[in-house]
Design a protein around this ligand. Structure first.
Ligand SMILES: Nc1ncnc2c1ncn2[C@@H]1O[C@H](COP(=O)(O)OP(=O)(O)OP(=O)(O)O)[C@@H](O)[C@H]1O
Ligand SMILES: Nc1nc2c(ncn2[C@@H]2O[C@H](COP(=O)(O)O)[C@@H](O)[C@H]2O)c(=O)[nH]1
Length: 209
């Protein structure tokens, strides 16, 4: 599986309820030029979630057909549902020089690292287990049973935090957001050889005339 590209692929993962989506949405507002990859999932929509904006909600049979057809760059079962990232969407955006952000779990992150070793991965930790539970319950989007399952699974997810390039503790929201922005900005300022925008500017500055 190869992914030739000029944009950067960012991965953000976290145990459910740590605040990953809230952080990513705030990051995207402040750092234009990053495209969020919308995943496919067999999970039913939560109230207010829209097809194509939050996820492409699909039936299990359709998801399995897409897996068989090689639609996904990575896919995984998470908390009893299936999730996958569209290969074509990500590849097209990267080739256009766009930076792409994947909000996926640690299993998907491991698959992406194999396909694209220069991706940049960030794991978000909650400040404590008590706060993780407070946030999951406070969000009010899931049943008690789903919350219990996600809390149980969080230990197994946190055990993979060390595989990521960066770890951010989402205690005070603005501090965590500053940390995430600093990572993105530093990566985007890498040398012109790795960044299409910089390569184009260097070519322009070196041009005669
Ligand atoms: N730093 C923070 N302090 C307090 N509350 C927060 C903080 N960050 C996020 N939250 C709140 O925690 C709840 C969970 O956040 P969010 O939905 O972003 O989690 P998530 O990691 O994306 O979870 P999931 O993987 O289940 O989608 C939300 O109600 C959000 O407003
Ligand atoms: N491996 C993948 N994981 C994904 C993808 N899209 C979302 N996720 C992760 O699933 C859990 C649960 O998400 P939720 O929306 O049901 O709360 C969370 O960790 C997401 O990051 C994907 O395409 N691949």
């Amino acid at each position: 599986m190869s992914l030739d590209s000029s944009g950067t692929l960012f991965i953000v993962a976290a145990p459910s309820g740590a605040g990953k989506s809230t952080l990513v949405n705030a990051l995207l507002e402040r750092e234009p030029g990053i495209s969020l990859s919308i995943s496919h999932t067999t999970r039913p929509p939560r109230p207010g979630e829209e097809y194509g904006r939050h996820y492409y909600f699909v039936e299990r049979a359709e998801f399995e057909r897409e897996v068989a057809e090689g639609v996904f760059l990575e896919h995984a079962e998470v908390h009893g549902n299936f999730y996958g990232t569209s290969r074509n969407t990500v590849q097209d955006l990267l080739q256009q020089g766009r930076d792409v952000l994947l909000e996926i779990d640690w299993q998907g992150a491991a698959q992406i690292r194999k396909a694209k070793s220069d991706c940049v991965s960030v794991f978000i930790l909650p400040p404590s287990r008590a706060e993780l539970e407070r946030r999951l319950r406070g969000r009010g989007s899931d049943s008690a049973e789903v919350i219990e399952r996600r809390l149980r699974n969080s230990r197994g997810e946190i055990a993979h935090a060390h595989e990521f390039d960066y770890i951010i503790v989402n205690d005070r929201f603005e501090d965590a957001l500053d940390g995430l922005r600093a990572i993105v900005q530093a990566v985007r300022q890498r040398s012109g050889l790795q960044c299409q925008r910089h390569a184009d500017l260097i070519r322009e500055l070196l041009a005669e005339g």
